[in-house]
Design a protein around this ligand. Sequence first.
Ligand SMILES: Cc1cc2nc3c(=O)[nH]c(=O)nc-3n(C[C@H](O)[C@H](O)[C@H](O)COP(=O)(O)OP(=O)(O)OC[C@H]3O[C@@H](n4cnc5c(N)ncnc54)[C@H](O)[C@@H]3O)c2cc1C
Ligand code: FES
Length: 278
Amino acid sequence: MKNEYIPYKAVISSIQKESFDTNTYKVVFDDEKIGNSFDYKQGQFAEISLLGIGEAPISITSTPSRKGFLEFSIRAAGNLTDKIHELKVGDSLFVRGPYGNSFPYDEIKGKNLYFIAGGIGLPPLRSLINMVMDNRKDFGHVKILYGAKTPDEVCFKGELAEWKKVPDSEVWITVDKPCDGWGCSVGVVTELWKETEVHSENAVAFVCGPPIMIKFVLMELEKSGFKDRDIVMTLERYMKCGVGKCGHCNIGEKFVCIDGPVFTRHEVKAMPRQENVF
Ligand SMILES: Cc1cc2nc3c(=O)[nH]c(=O)nc-3n(C[C@H](O)[C@H](O)[C@H](O)COP(=O)(O)OP(=O)(O)OC[C@H]3O[C@@H](n4cnc5c(N)ncnc54)[C@H](O)[C@@H]3O)c2cc1C
Ligand code: FES
């Protein structure tokens, strides 16, 4: 029986290079019983660790309905994640969780959905996007707006192309700096508002990315008529325990690790103003 406070060993079964500093790791729990009892929801995260190195919160980018494995897209950003990037297929890491709340799912059935991501903001959304794509008839029109710094930094290139082929679904990609052969848009993600229509009617927008990108996307969504309760985003804070005990991640009365990381704009507006909070 799985205990969510204990890190369990998981073996890397594949590594997909997404960009120069980000890989997606598919892992399978060493103990099959643990794997079978690791139930998670779209938008949750896990604490990933290496013995003697450290631990960090990482979003689960795989989709709950696709069983038997977990996937994590990890950017080499420091002590732990640099070491994870040295691992190979067959090596192990440790996983505890799942933690945090989740993206709404039943509540958004029948709605038109906008997924707006910047850089490594796509991995947390991917969990929900694939759930929507697996149950496509339950939802209205789907539009994915994605911005990366360069074409090399576009994550999930293969999947973006697949999502584009799904009926009643659109994918728009833009990069800050183009290179030879780039056939999509150029400019920050809000530039896509000039190329495609964004309508708030019967719609929910999911926004994930760096704080500066979220800030400008929120301004555009407001202009497009989105109400605060129909804008869903994730907040990142410096986390330690992930279970509401250490007090590292709180914003006012809210603990991002247990009350979040998913919040509506309405909820974020009720928080005390701090750096990185909109
Ligand atoms: C809910 C959640 C989900 C996340 N999901 C993902 C994900 O899917 N993929 C992903 O790649 N990352 C994700 N992150 C971010 C990831 O947890 C952090 O980047 C983590 O710090 C990496 O750990 P590390 O030990 O490799 O890096 P660290 O050694 O902690 O360094 C990370 C950065 O913080 C700086 N830093 C370290 N210590 C300090 C300090 N004391 N003061 C100031 N700056 C400092 C470093 O210089 C570096 O730039 C997520 C974070 C949260 C909260
Ligand atoms: S990370 Fe410890 S309380 Fe949230």
